[in-house]
Design a protein around this ligand. Structure first.
Ligand code: T46
Length: 132
């Protein structure tokens, strides 16, 4: 469902923080980056799954709650700048909530944007899962 074992190099000191991720750590070719910020506290984002898209999530600032689930499993992760990078496989439902006011989430994706890859309805998602 997801992996958290990717190595980030940390060069934090009294002059600030510098962290690096080599794309060789990521198990897919990165075709797209996007980032989410200025999310109001009441907002819930995501609420969908991807049929094929794989992604990695890096919290650049602040925090957010990330729920990952399917019809049999559910977990909630609180992502902060010190959390491991989350590599998310395809076929997982995700919901993002409780963005802190300074939250900036960067996402790397295995494909360019394609709305037909999204399943945005839970019942449709469960039907799709059962056919896999
Ligand atoms: C995901 C979570 C974490 C584009 O046109 N191109 C893009 O690359 C993206 C990511 C979005 N859009 C458009 C589609 C919608 O009109 O931006 C609008 C907002 O997208 P969406 O409602 O999908 O936003 P989130 O935050 O619910 O979901 C996004 C990603 O779409 C999704 O893959 O896993 O962030």
């Amino acid at each position: 469902m997801f992996e958290t074992n990717k190595k980030v190099q940390v060069f934090d000191d009294e002059f600030g923080n510098l962290r690096t991720l080599n794309f060789s750590e990521i198990p897919f070719s990165v075709k797209r980056l996007y980032w989410i910020s200025c999310v109001p506290r009441y907002a819930v984002r995501g609420r969908h799954a991807h049929k094929t898209l794989e992604q990695f999530f890096i919290m650049l600032s602040g925090s957010v709650n990330l729920v990952l689930k399917n019809h049999k499993f559910e977990t909630t992760l609180k992502l902060t700048v010190d959390s491991p990078i989350i590599v998310l496989m395809s076929g997982v439902w995700r919901e993002l909530s409780e963005f802190s006011s300074n939250a900036v989430l960067m996402v790397g994706a295995s494909e360019e944007y394609d709305e037909s890859d999204y399943i945005r309805d839970w019942d449709e998602y469960v039907n799709w899962l059962e056919k896999q």
